[in-house]
Ligand binder design. Structure first.
Ligand SMILES: Cc1cc2nc3c(=O)[nH]c(=O)nc-3n(C[C@H](O)[C@H](O)[C@H](O)COP(=O)(O)OP(=O)(O)OC[C@H]3O[C@@H](n4cnc5c(N)ncnc54)[C@H](O)[C@@H]3O)c2cc1C
Length: 406
């Protein structure tokens, strides 16, 4: 799909905690300053055209860009978000721009949207910019192999092998002789939903680090969608931004068509359960014990947890184990400092860079599209500066040749 996951993600624009990026620099890249927060901020700003909740707030100005290709806006449909923020104020939480000076705040959510429509990377960086002529996109091209040559017994990536296959209208694919993988039925209606969110520090967080994200949401009322459940319901997600459990990704076979084996090992570190427990209780307190929300926890025990005392710590621990799911922020399979160097070059191989979410060495406490776009901006700068350096070196060597001739 053009635009990758930005064409079907939740569109929340949440960069992450400053300390995440500082740790990339200090702990993953041995103190390389070019990957600390201060030096990465210009790359976040470069792609941004900020029209979000804090666009008129002078305190936020230094953290946001204007005139970039990616529109960051307010959600256009946000019932309940004002109540959520009023409740947060009642409880003494600060309100502010979570992509600004400090992340430990509650806020409405900024989103990658444009006039109420999804602002995918395809739309922002390709379609709406007049389809740049120096970019060639091969649709339905599934890369199955990177081709290497040995130059002075050193491996160098020289190209890729791909095969054509696709997802789309069956007749069209058949007419092009492209094997069909899957047909998607796309709904006609598409509208953004609301959200409010807050960031908290759990007792098991690392020092100076906010590890929890509380998301409050209501769903848009599409025809036949959650019709029975939606009346007077509010939804809350507690997100552990920086889990201590690590998963594993392995190849199932040497056949590129076989799916890899992904073992996420969710909640295998006990701190992850304790952090979520803390967040869950804070959330219930916010909903139940504020005038603005005044909403009791739905009194129907989660299946599998009926034998625990309702709302006890053990009940919540059980809920966490029965009811958790991923927000699809998988990173680290080509981590900075382990697989790629600070120039995003695969270590030990010439001619190969990785520029996507897989280079993120540790999860930022946020959502990762903004962070991946920042890495892409940084990566394109690295490529350009490398190229300019090569040209200069060539120009210099020509100049020297001329100099010697005279
Ligand atoms: C359901 C969901 C909700 C999310 N919500 C949010 C959110 O609200 N906010 C946020 O910031 N982030 C969110 N994310 C995460 C975010 O979208 C991703 O972290 C980000 O898009 C990763 O970018 P990427 O370029 O690394 O990978 P992707 O966006 O996944 O793009 C990879 C692309 O490579 C293509 N590809 C893969 N293998 C091959 C191959 N062999 N040959 C050719 N092409 C290939 C894929 O088809 C895809 O187009 C969400 C993700 C999901 C899945």
């Amino acid at each position: 799909m053009l635009g990758g996951s930005t064409s079907h993600n939740f569109m929340m624009y949440v960069r992450g905690n400053k300390e995440d990026f500082n740790r990339w620099s200090t702990e993953d890249l041995g103190g390389d300053p070019q990957w600390n927060y201060e030096n990465l901020l210009p790359y976040f700003k470069k792609s941004e055209d900020y029209n979000g909740n804090y666009a008129r707030d002078p305190a936020s100005a230094k953290y946001h860009g204007n005139g970039g290709l990616l529109n960051v806006a307010k959600y256009d449909f946000e019932p309940g978000a004002d109540d959520f923020l009023a409740a947060a104020l009642e409880k003494g939480y600060a309100i502010g721009d979570y992509n600004g000076a400090t992340q430990e705040v509650f806020s409405k959510v900024d989103a990658t949207t444009q006039d109420g429509w999804r602002e995918s990377t395809y739309r922002a960086f390709y379609k709406d910019t007049g389809k740049p002529s120096n970019l060639c996109i091969k649709k339905y091209a599934h890369v199955i192999k990177i081709n290497f040559q040995y130059v002075s017994s050193h491996p160098k990536a020289v190209g890729v092998t791909y095969k054509r296959q696709g997802v789309g209208p069956a007749e069209h694919l058949h007419s092009l002789n492209i094997p069909l993988v899957r047909i998607y039925l796309l709904g006609k209606e598409s509208k953004t939903t609301d959200a409010g969110q807050g960031f908290l520090k759990s007792p098991v967080a690392q020092p100076n680090y906010v590890d929890l994200q509380l998301i409050h949401t209501a769903f848009a009322l599409y025809h036949n969608f959650l019709k029975t459940l939606i009346t007077n319901a509010r939804f809350a997600f507690v997100v552990l931004g920086r889990p201590k459990s690590f998963g594993k990704l392995m190849l199932a076979s040497s056949n590129p068509d076989d799916n890899p084996i992904i073992d996420p090992k969710f909640l295998t570190h006990p701190d992850d359960v304790e952090a979520l427990l803390y967040g869950l209780k804070k959330f219930v307190d916010l909903y139940e014990n504020t005038a603005a929300l005044n909403t009791p926890l739905f009194h129907k025990p989660v299946p599998g947890c009926e034998n625990k005392a309702f709302k006890s710590d053990d009940y919540y621990r059980c809920v966490i184990s029965m009811f958790s799911f991923t927000f699809y922020h998988h990173v680290g399979s080509c981590a900075l400092g382990k697989v790629v160097d600070s120039h995003l070059k695969v270590m030990g191989i010439d001619g190969l860079r990785v520029i996507d979410a897989s280079v993120i060495p540790r999860l930022p406490n946020g959502k990762h599209a903004g962070c991946t776009i920042m890495i892409a901006e940084k990566g394109s700068d690295l490529i350009i500066s490398n190229h300019v350096l090569v040209l200069l070196t060539r120009a210099n060597s020509n100049f020297k040749a001329h100099f010697h001739l005279f």
